[in-house]
Design a protein around this ligand. Structure first.
Ligand code: PMP
Length: 422
């Protein structure tokens, strides 16, 4: 039973500890959390007293008095969770249908608003059919778990979301280096005659780097070798593409993707996940995917999503505002010498390097009134820790200037930018 070096540890080290039962594991994990707290590096589950938005009233660790911070932690990119018309639609849903749906979909829990949402999200991508899940996480994990088994293979970009990895637990899985088409082709070539179903899984927009997958080329390769392509565009919908149809629109890949998945919890300001595919696959999932079949359907509050989807077309000014903000922050950071990678979305990383440095950067930013997320292994590779920011349409210039100033200040202490690296 080896002791863990807390200096270099990540949450993953406590997932499945050799020789320790669950209580021994949990108590070691608690010691690690205490270690982080003492250093001011425990910035998780920070309670907000106000709604999700560009500023939040936060109860910070070790501080009794709540403070207002500029926040870059919300995926509510267009600010729709606070949009009066979306709130009105949620209220109407509750007034008409109450607060719950009472049953799983096959046995009494399928209501008109579920059907409308399935139709609407499918039509949004110019497809015929969709299935709803109660989270985006389950949309990925349950779909893959249902479709892929021992004789099949999942070929995944290494940067896909944890929910995809979970969906691949009962099948064969091969990872390829992020966006590396040669590596993908090699795996496809080897897999071509050895597996029943070959499913390539990528994100439209990646959640840690904010960069895009070249979907046109990936689709071409995948189909050339007899595979199917599944794209999770959780961070692309509403944000990327001329009309907010995400990475799929950027690469005009509407007819090239076999399975589209995504979430209502980000730009659509609510909660829930969806899968869009050909009718036979969707029908199969409706009656074979256990997390859908045996789980109660979403509440009538999802009527807010119906309005949010309309607003993507009806009020494109939110997307324009968002892109002004993205470009302002990204260019400001780049001009100051920070490495923001290849982001092409509302996710902006500032590459920092080692885990302790990212944690310290997060602490210092929070101290300056800027709430961001330090991201580290296993979400990204070990020496690629970063501060991740999510930009919103409702951030003001003043908010973003505060962020830029705070980065310049912390840079003097942590030497993150190319200007400060010694
Ligand atoms: N896919 C990606 C790429 C994500 O970033 C997330 C959310 N963090 C999910 C899926 C899961 O979505 P949800 O939060 O709605 O469960």
């Amino acid at each position: 039973m080896n002791a863990i070096d807390f200096e270099k540890a990540s949450f993953q080290d406590f997932e499945n500890m050799e020789g320790r039962d669950i209580y021994a594991t949990a108590s070691e994990f608690l010691k690690y959390l205490d270690f982080l707290k003492v250093r001011g590096h425990f910035n998780y589950r920070i309670e907000s007293l106000s709604h999700c938005g560009p500023e939040m009233h936060l109860v910070l660790p070790g501080n009794d008095q709540p403070t207002w911070s500029v926040c870059l932690v919300s995926n509510d990119y267009l600010g729709f969770s606070q949009h009066p018309k979306v709130k009105q639609a949620v209220i109407m849903g509750t007034e008409l249908f109450g607060t719950g749906s009472g049953a799983s979909p096959a046995i009494g829990g399928h209501f008109v608003y579920h059907q409308q949402l399935e139709n609407k999200i499918a039509k949004f991508y110019m497809k015929k059919e969709a299935i709803l899940y109660t989270t985006g996480y389950t949309a990925n994990s349950a779909t893959l778990q249902c479709l892929l088994h021992k004789q099949d293979i999942a070929i995944v970009d290494m940067a896909v979301h944890a929910s995809v990895y979970e969906g691949c637990l009962n099948t064969n899985r091969k990872k390829f280096l992020h966006n590396d088409l040669k590596a993908l082709e090699q795996i496809l070539q080897n897999a071509q005659h050895n597996y029943r179903t070959k499913m390539v899984i990528v994100d439209g927009v990646y959640s840690q780097d904010g960069d895009l997958a070249p979907l046109d080329k990936i689709a071409e390769l995948t189909h050339h070798y007899g595979g199917y392509l599944m794209v999770d565009d959780a961070h692309g919908i509403g944000v990327v593409g001329q009309t907010g149809r995400g990475g799929i629109e950027m690469y005009d890949a509407f007819d090239k993707i076999d399975i589209i998945t995504g979430t209502f919890s980000k730009a659509l300001g609510n909660i829930g996940g969806y899968v869009i595919a050909d009718p036979e696959i969707i029908t199969y999932l409706k009656y074979q995917s256990k997390q859908h079949l045996f789980s109660t359907t979403a509440t009538p509050a999802i009527m807010g999503i119906l309005k949010a989807i309309d607003l993507i077309d009806e009020e494109p000014e939110w997307r324009a505002k968002l892109w002004n903000n993205i470009n302002y922050l990204k260019n400001g950071l780049r001009d100051a010498g920070f490495d923001v990678g290849a982001t092409a979305s509302a996710v902006i990383p500032v590459k920092v390097g080692e885990i302790p440095k990212a944690l310290e950067a997060g602490r210092l930013l929070l101290e300056s009134g800027i709430y961001t997320n330090p991201i580290m292994y296993p979400a990204v590779s070990k020496k690629d820790a970063r501060i991740r920011m999510n930009v919103m349409a409702t951030h003001t210039r003043d908010h973003l200037d505060k962020v830029l100033n705070a980065f310049e200040d912390i840079d003097k202490r942590l030497h993150i930018s190319s200007r400060q690296v010694n």
